[in-house]
Every structure is written in structure tokens, then in C-alpha cells.
Ligand binder design. Structure first.
Ligand code: PMP
Length: 377
């Protein structure tokens, strides 16, 4: 089969299943004013991407340092600015140390890739993010996938391979389902069996202040590692791993997505640093998210998620796309989860109850969502 034929067949299959994805560029006006639509589609949970301190820090850093870090971290691409951000993140999240990466995806690839190999065992929740799934594949570790949030299954998987170096993977707040991992129970199970717990806090940090690992008193434990993104609540770009210095030293020396990648760009680094400082000084932003997500869930009669994103199950991918378009026509921009981005095949509208829109915009959006979801259901 020729490449052209293969590509055309794949495109036709996607189209038939209603699963074609298209890029929809937005202009800078949208980014600046969030208009004409109310933007409930993004991950800028605290609304910090456009915060004046964050914009200014990014612009100043670009003027001072230039457009890029200029090299990989182990060559000349480690900036004092990176160190400053790493110290701020470690302090905020209550961890001994932090290491930044150019994306959260790289952070996850690095942790699993550097700590697990063919001789290791990885116990992964069934709803884990794609970046962790890819990380396990690259590591070639032995894998046990356990049902979502099933601590008994994790315990059984750990007990089945005594003495094998094991990582347990969880998200503090799951991106699609929006529920919280039983972190304390997972950490206890790991401690009992000598395993390392890796918690992806992509949707926890910021929305829950310093994150749920911190909230549950697990920050700083030598057997609990945290990965995070700088691209959601921190409104920038990049990722981080937080935990014991010995683990981070190991990543610096062995993690291929760290070693063979250019350091985080100065503007992104400075933006994340400024955003972390704003987030720390403005706990009211996280409170706004909690109030909004609870409000919307109550209106729609569904369970409130632990994070900032409400997933609204839809009868089909087409119904989700139609509802999304209808909402856009009403001036409300929401996201859409469709296969293959959902672990259980259920399409959903993805509504971010972020702090970045005004109360008036939020109320208007809730009314429109209520009507259109009601019509679709
Ligand atoms: N982990 C989770 C749970 C995520 O939702 C995401 C982003 N969708 C990532 C990791 C990757 O983060 P980044 O966008 O910084 O690569």
C-alpha cells in the first residue's frame, strides 16, 4: 500500500467515526480579552496566563536572556532562572528539590524512563495520562494495569512481585474523570512493599494550592515523587519533577528526555515563576474554582470533580461535537473529550470552571451549558 493510500484510508476511517480533529487557531485578541466567547475550554485554571505580573516576567526574561535557553541543560542550557523556579516550586510544594523540564510530558517520560527498565515493575491506574502510558512503553518495564482507584488491586499487584523494584503511577486529580486518587492509601501500600509512588499533579497544583500530595501530608516523603506541569494552573509552559535530591540527580544523569532536550525557554521559566508567586499569594483564586465547579455540577445534576474540569458525559462523539458547536454559537467555548483521548470510550464535554472569567460571564455560560446539555441528553 502506498503512503498516500494509507493516509487517505486512515482519514476516511476517522471521518466515518466522527473522530476527525482539526486545529482551530485563535487570535491574540481572543487570548487577551477572552472575547467574544467565554473561554471554558483551556487549562489556564487560575487565569494566570494573562496576569500582568506573568506577562511582564515573560517579556523581561526574553529581553534579558533571549528567546531560548540556547542548549540542553547539561551543556550551557541551565540558567540561574531555572534554579530560581526550581527553588520556588520545591518550597511551595514542600519538597526537598525540584527539576524543570520543557513540558510535563517530558517530566513524566523522564521519571518512568529513568527509574524503570526491563527488571522493574510498574503498577499503573487504568485512567493514567497518555504521557505516563508512553513512558511505561518506552521503559519496557513489566506492567500491571489496575482498575481505576482500586487500592486493593494495587496491593495485590505489589504483593505478587515481592522484591521487584516497583513504581506505582497515579494522578492526584484524574484529567478525564476529574476524581481524586486515594493518595494516602496508595502511599501506605507503597511504603509497606518498598515501592515508589509517582503522583502526577498536573490538575492538582494550583487548583488545590500546593497540591494534594502536600494537602495529605505526603510531601517530602522519600517514597513519594511528584510530577507537575507549568502549563495549566501556572499559565506557562514546561514541567517539573519534585522529590528527593538523589532521585533528581539520577534524572539529571540518566533521563533521556531531560538530557537530550533544550532547557526550558527563559520566558516560560519566568512566567511560571511569577505565576507560582501569584498563586501562593492569592488562595482566593482556587476558592473561586471550587465554588464554580460545585455550582455547575449541581446545576447539571452530576458529581462535582476534585479539580477544575467538569466532564459532562454525552451520548456519542457527534452529540458532543454538536453541543460544543451550539455552545460556541452562544458565545461559550468548551472542550470535548472523544476517543482515543478517553480511557473508557465515553465522549464528554470538557468544561473548565476556572477563575479566569468574570462572575457575569460564568453565570451566562452556566445557563447556556444547562440548556444545551439538556437538549443533547
Ligand atoms: N499529565 C497530565 C495528567 C496532563 O493532563 C497533561 C497535559 N494534558 C500532562 C501530564 C502533560 O503536560 P504538558 O502539557 O506540560 O506536557
Amino acid at each position: 500500500m502506498t503512503w498516500n493510500r494509507w493516509l487517505a484510508d486512515a482519514a476516511a476511517t476517522r471521518e466515518e467515526a466522527g473522530l476527525t480533529r482539526r486545529l482551530r487557531p485563535r487570535g491574540p485578541d481572543d487570548a487577551a480579552s477572552r472575547s467574544p466567547s467565554v473561554d471554558l475550554a483551556g487549562n489556564d485554571y487560575l487565569g494566570l496566563s494573562g496576569h500582568p505580573d506573568v506577562r511582564r516576567a515573560a517579556a523581561d526574561a526574553a529581553m534579558l536572556w533571549g528567546g531560548g535557553a540556547g542548549a540542553s541543560r547539561l551543556v550551557t542550557g541551565t540558567l540561574t532562572l531555572h534554579q530560581e523556579l526550581e527553588a520556588e516550586l520545591a518550597d511551595w510544594l514542600g519538597q526537598p528539590a525540584a527539576l524543570t523540564f520543557s513540558t510535563g510530558y517530558h517530566a513524566n517520560l523522564s521519571v518512568v524512563g529513568a527509574l524503570a527498565d526491563r527488571t522493574a515493575h510498574v503498577v499503573s491506574d487504568a485512567h493514567i495520562h497518555a504521557s505516563l502510558i508512553d513512558a511505561v512503553r518506552l521503559s519496557r518495564a513489566q506492567l500491571t494495569v489496575v482498575p481505576h482507584n482500586d487500592v486493593a488491586a494495587v496491593r495485590a499487584a505489589l504483593a505478587a512481585r515481592p522484591g521487584v523494584r516497583t513504581l506505582v503511577l497515579a494522578e492526584s486529580v484524574y484529567s478525564v474523570l476529574g476524581d481524586e486518587a486515594p493518595l494516602v492509601e496508595l502511599a501506605d501500600a507503597c511504603a509497606k512493599h518498598g515501592a515508589l509512588l509517582v503522583v502526577d499533579e498536573a490538575h492538582g497544583v494550583g487548583v488545590h494550592g500546593p497540591g494534594l500530595v502536600h494537602r495529605h501530608g505526603l510531601a517530602g516523603r522519600p517514597d513519594v515523587l511528584v510530577t507537575a506541569t507549568l502549563s495549566k494552573s501556572l499559565g506557562s509552559q514546561g514541567g517539573a519533577v519534585l522529590g528527593p535530591q538523589a532521585v533528581l540527580d539520577h534524572l539529571v544523569n540518566t533521563a533521556r528526555p531531560f538530557i537530550f532536550d533544550t532547557g526550558l525557554a527563559p520566558a516560560a521559566t519566568a512566567a511560571a515563576l511569577a505565576a507560582a508567586r501569584v498563586a501562593r499569594s492569592r488562595p482566593d483564586l482556587a476558592e473561586t474554582i471550587r465554588a464554580r465547579v460545585t455550582d455547575l455540577a449541581r446545576t447539571l445534576g452530576i458529581h462535582a470533580p476534585a479539580g477544575a474540569v467538569l466532564s459532562v458525559p454525552m451520548p456519542s462523539p457527534d452529540a458532543a461535537i454538536t453541543a460544543q458547536a451550539d455552545l460556541l454559537a452562544e458565545g461559550v467555548r468548551v472542550g470535548c473529550f472523544r476517543p482515543p483521548s478517553v480511557p473508557d470510550g465515553v465522549s464528554r464535554l470538557r468544561v473548565t470552571a476556572g477563575a479566569g472569567v468574570t462572575d457575569e460571564e460564568w453565570e451566562r455560560a452556566v445557563k447556556a451549558i444547562d440548556v444545551i446539555v439538556g437538549e443533547a441528553g
